[in-house]
Write a protein that binds this ligand. Structure first.
Ligand SMILES: O=C(O)[C@@H](CO)OP(=O)(O)O
Ligand SMILES: [Mg+2]
Length: 413
C-alpha cells in the first residue's frame, strides 16, 4: 500500500458565484485525492491571500516548476511536512506568492489521497476509528449584507440549527422545511417577492432586519411544532462590512450604531429571539467589544468569532486571553493548510471554544469539510441548507452517518 505521491495536477474550475478557483488532483501509488478551494466575499483582513496578485492563471502556469517537483515522492500522509514544503516554496507570511487557495487545495487533496491509499474515508484517516459524532448543520435561510442585493437586510446571515434532531437526516430535512416555510412567509409579507436567493442559497428578500428576524423566528416555531424537531434561530452579522471606521452603518435600516449601541442591539436580539448562535456580533479587531458581549450573554448563547480569528491560532490565543467569545469558525482556506487548521481547532477545543467548521460564500461541490467536521469532533457545521454546492456537504454527512452504525449527533451545550 503506497501513499507516496506520484503525480499532482491543477486545474481552473468554476465556483458557485461563477468565479474561477482551483482544483487539485493527487495520485499516489495506491490512491487518489481531489480537493477544490472556496472563496469568501466578506473576508477577514488577516486571512491568507486567496490568489497571488498576478492572478490564478499565473500560478497555474508556474505550478509545475514551483510545486510539483517538491511534492512528488513525498508520502501523502505526511500532512505537516507537505504543509511546511508549501509554506517554504511560498516564502511569505500570508501565502501571497502561491495563494492560500492553492496551498489549501493541495493540503486537503494530499490528505484525501492518503486516506484513499489506506482505503479509508477521510474522516476516519484524520479523526481515528473512535470518532462517531455527527455535527448539527447551521442552515442559511435569509441572505443579506455582502451576500445579497441592495434591499436585503443588513445582517448577512439568518441561520437555523435543528437542535432537536436525532440524526443528520432529520436535521437537514428540518432545515430545508424551515427554508421553504420562510419562502412562503416572505411571499405573504411581500407580494412582489420574486423568489430571489443570495450567494449561499438563502432567500434575498426586500425586508428590514427586524422583519427578517420575525419571519425567521416564526418559521422556526412553526416547523418545530409541525415536525416535533426543535429548531433554533441563529445569526452571522458580519458587521466588519458595515463598519465605516467609527460606527456601524445599517444602510437598509437607515440607522448608525456605535460600539456600545451595537452591543446593546445584539444583546436585545439574542434575548428577544432566543438566539442559539451568533457569529461576528462585532467587527474584526474589536476584542473588547466581543468580550463585553460574551460576558453579558455567553452563558446562554454561542458567541462565535469568524473574521476576528480567521482560523489563526495566534489570533485565537489573543481571543482566549481576552475571553472574547466561546466559539470559532473554522475555514481551512482562511489559514491555507490542513495542519494550520488543525492547530487552531486543537487550541479552540483545549480552551472550551466550540469549533464550527464552515463553508465560504463562494463554494464548489467539494465535500471535504463534511469529513473535517466529523474528524475534528466539531459539534456544528455551517454549510447552507439548499443549493448544489451546499448539499454536497450535507448529503455527504448523510452518507457518513450511514457508514458509521454507531454514529450519534454531537453534543451541543
Ligand atoms: O462570513 C461568513 O461566515 C462566510 C460564510 O458564510 O462568508 P464569506 O465566505 O463570504 O466570508
Ligand atoms: Mg462569518
Amino acid at each position: 500500500m503506497s501513499s507516496v505521491i506520484e503525480n499532482i495536477g491543477i486545474r481552473k474550475i468554476l465556483d458557485s458565484r461563477g468565479n474561477a478557483t482551483v482544483e487539485i488532483d493527487i495520485t499516489t501509488g495506491n490512491g487518489f485525492g481531489r480537493a477544490a478551494a472556496p472563496s469568501g466575499a466578506s473576508t477577514g483582513a488577516m486571512e491568507v491571500v486567496a490568489f497571488p496578485e498576478e492572478g490564478i492563471d499565473s500560478v497555474i502556469g508556474t505550478f509545475n516548476e514551483r510545486v510539483k517537483g517538491d511534492l512528488v515522492g513525498v508520502s501523502a500522509d505526511e500532512t505537516v511536512l507537505i504543509d511546511d514544503i508549501l509554506k517554504e516554496i511560498d516564502g511569505t507570511d500570508n501565502l501571497s506568492s502561491l495563494g492560500g487557495n492553492v496551498t489549501v487545495a493541495i493540503s486537503l487533496a494530499a490528505a484525501k489521497a492518503a486516506a484513499s491509499s489506506f482505503n479509508m474515508p477521510l474522516y476516519q484517516f484524520l479523526g481515528g476509528n473512535l470518532k462517531n459524532e455527527i455535527p448539527y448543520p447551521l442552515g442559511n435561510m435569509i441572505n443579506g449584507g455582502a451576500h445579497a442585493g441592495k434591499n436585503a437586510p443588513d445582517i448577512q446571515e439568518f441561520l437555523v440549527v435543528p437542535v432537536g434532531a436525532k440524526n443528520i437526516t432529520e436535521a437537514v430535512f428540518a432545515n430545508s422545511s424551515v427554508h421553504k416555510k420562510i419562502g412562503e412567509l416572505i411571499k405573504v409579507k411581500d407580494g412582489q417577492f420574486t423568489g430571489g436567493k443570495g450567494d449561499e442559497g438563502g432567500w434575498a428578500p426586500n425586508l428590514s432586519n427586524y422583519e427578517a428576524l420575525e419571519i425567521q423566528s416564526r418559521a422556526c416555531e412553526e416547523i418545530s411544532d409541525e415536525t416535533g424537531i426543535k429548531v433554533r434561530p441563529s445569526l452571522d452579522l458580519a458587521p466588519s462590512e458595515l463598519w465605516d471606521g467609527s460606527k456601524y452603518i445599517y444602510g437598509r435600516e437607515g440607522v448608525n450604531r456605535d460600539t456600545g449601541e451595537q452591543i446593546d442591539f445584539v444583546e436585545e436580539i439574542i434575548d428577544t429571539y432566543k438566539m442559539f448562535f451568533v457569529e461576528d456580533p462585532l467587527r474584526e479587531g474589536d476584542f473588547d467589544g466581543f468580550s463585553q458581549l460574551t460576558k453579558r450573554v455567553g452563558d446562554g448563547c454561542i458567541i462565535c468569532g469568524d473574521d476576528i480569528f480567521v482560523t489563526n491560532a495566534e489570533i485565537l490565543s489573543r481571543g482566549i486571553e481576552k475571553k472574547a467569545a466561546n466559539a470559532i469558525i473554522i475555514k481551512p482556506n482562511q489559514i491555507g493548510t490542513l495542519s494550520g487548521t488543525y492547530q487552531t481547532v486543537k487550541l479552540a477545543k483545549d480552551n472550551n471554544y466550540i469549533p464550527v467548521v464552515s463553508h465560504r460564500s463562494g463554494e464548489t461541490t467539494d465535500e471535504t469539510i463534511a469529513h473535517l467536521a466529523v474528524a475534528f469532533g466539531a459539534p456544528l457545521i455551517k454549510t447552507g441548507a439548499i443549493g448544489g454546492e451546499r448539499i454536497a456537504k450535507l448529503n455527504e454527512l448523510i452518507r457518513i452517518q450511514e457508514e458509521m452504525p454507531s454514529s450519534v449527533m454531537a453534543k451541543l451545550k
